[in-house]
Design a protein around this ligand. Structure first.
Ligand SMILES: *[C@@H]1O[C@H](CO)[C@@H](O)[C@H](O)[C@H]1NC(C)=O
Ligand SMILES: *[C@@H]1O[C@H](CO)[C@@H](O)[C@H](O)[C@H]1NC(C)=O
Length: 332
């Protein structure tokens, strides 16, 4: 069986560049060349002038740990409708150690989400490993929700038509892992205004000690070869921990007990060329066994991170599917 579908040359080129960069900055001694990666990653600043129907600003939550988010506000939609817009808290991918909320690719993705989903997007710039290990990223995630819950809107330019009682958590890859753990924590938190009602888990990054069938078959997949993901887990987990930790093997025998924990309606997105697919299906089944509302969406030809490549047909199929899910969960 092929380990990768036939891809446009442009996609292949980006995948290759990313792989070379990742292998250059992620050192075998468990450190990362942060100055080099900061230099290589293309970033864009926030822009108060609407571009592609969206204006953006960066909001600082805690300066001491450089926790902030990029706020995306669609400017055309609200002229047409006076209804409040749902709030999507978005967590980017990058194996917990790469990329940022102001990375060009994620700025583009969030702009598209804001317009296509008719939503306010809060794209979280959480701390990265190995400088900051588990649970820093989850702490940052839940603290963003607390900030949204407690801060007066007019103090940071949050639009008054944002509906915090209709919050969604969305994340891809490591961001999908993060969204899940933030969902569990928010289910145990009493918020005044924030209500997390939905989650879109895009190819979430999970793992375990024992290799699954898809990890073996697709061990050399682009972006997330097994060798690379082993490195990511090693520098993320507490020293001496293994990949059966509750943060990684989320549905394994050391899993967090979510029975009776309030958990949002969830859509799990799986790609047929993603080595992580077996674990993502296990995650889906585990949520279902625990009585959660969950839907599985499969794209048999999709590679990991397919949705950031607009030239791939599944990228637009995903947008439609996700929009329908949001509308369904949001209700009227
Ligand atoms: C890891 O390797 C880099 C580059 O060779 C070096 O600068 C750094 O000091 C090393 N760090 C540790 C903790 O060994
Ligand atoms: C880890 O995950 C795999 C696959 O989801 C599962 O079969 C295995 O039992 C888990 N291991 C532990 C120790 O929980």
């Amino acid at each position: 069986m092929a380990s990768s579908p036939v891809l446009p040359w442009k996609t292949k080129m980006v995948l290759n560049i990313f792989s070379v960069v990742a292998d250059t900055v992620c050192r075998s001694n468990g450190t990362i060349n942060r100055p080099l990666i900061n230099f290589l990653e293309a970033k864009v600043s926030a822009n108060d002038k609407p571009y592609r129907g969206v204006k953006t600003s960066d909001i600082i939550v805690d300066e001491t740990r450089d926790l902030w988010f990029r706020l995306f506000i669609p400017t055309e939609i609200h002229k047409r409708h006076v209804i409040p817009l749902p709030v999507i808290v978005f967590f980017h991918g990058g194996g917990f150690s790469l990329l940022t909320a102001d990375a060009l690719g994620y700025d583009k993705v969030c702009r598209e989400f804001a317009v296509k989903f008719s939503a306010i997007i809060v794209s979280v710039n959480y701390r990265l490993a190995p400088e900051h290990r588990f649970p820093s990223q989850y702490d940052d995630g839940i603290d963003i929700l607390k900030f949204l819950d407690e801060t007066e809107f007019n103090r940071f330019g949050f639009p008054t038509f944002a509906d915090l009682s209709r919050c969604f958590l969305v994340g891809d890859s490591a961001g999908g892992n993060l969204a899940h753990h933030v969902a569990v924590r928010s289910g145990k938190t009493n918020f005044k205004r924030v209500k997390v009602i939905g989650q879109i888990s895009i190819q979430p990054f999970f793992g375990g000690e024992e290799r699954t069938e898809s990890e073996i078959r697709l061990a050399k997949a682009p972006l997330i070869s097994v060798e690379r993901t082993d490195w990511m887990w090693k520098v993320f987990l507490p020293e001496g921990e293994n990949r059966d930790h509750e943060a990684v093997n989320v549905s394994g025998s050391r899993a967090i007990d979510i029975n009776g924990v309030k958990y949002p309606a969830t859509m799990v997105v799986v790609g047929g060329f993603d080595p992580l697919q077996d674990r993502q299906r296990d995650f889906y089944k585990w949520l279902k066994r625990n009585g959660k509302t969950v839907k599985l969406v499969e794209y048999p030809n999709a590679i990991h991170a397919f949705y950031v490549f607009p030239e791939l047909p599944e990228a637009s199929e995903f947008i439609t599917e996700a929009r329908n899910f949001i509308h369904e969960v949001r209700g009227k």
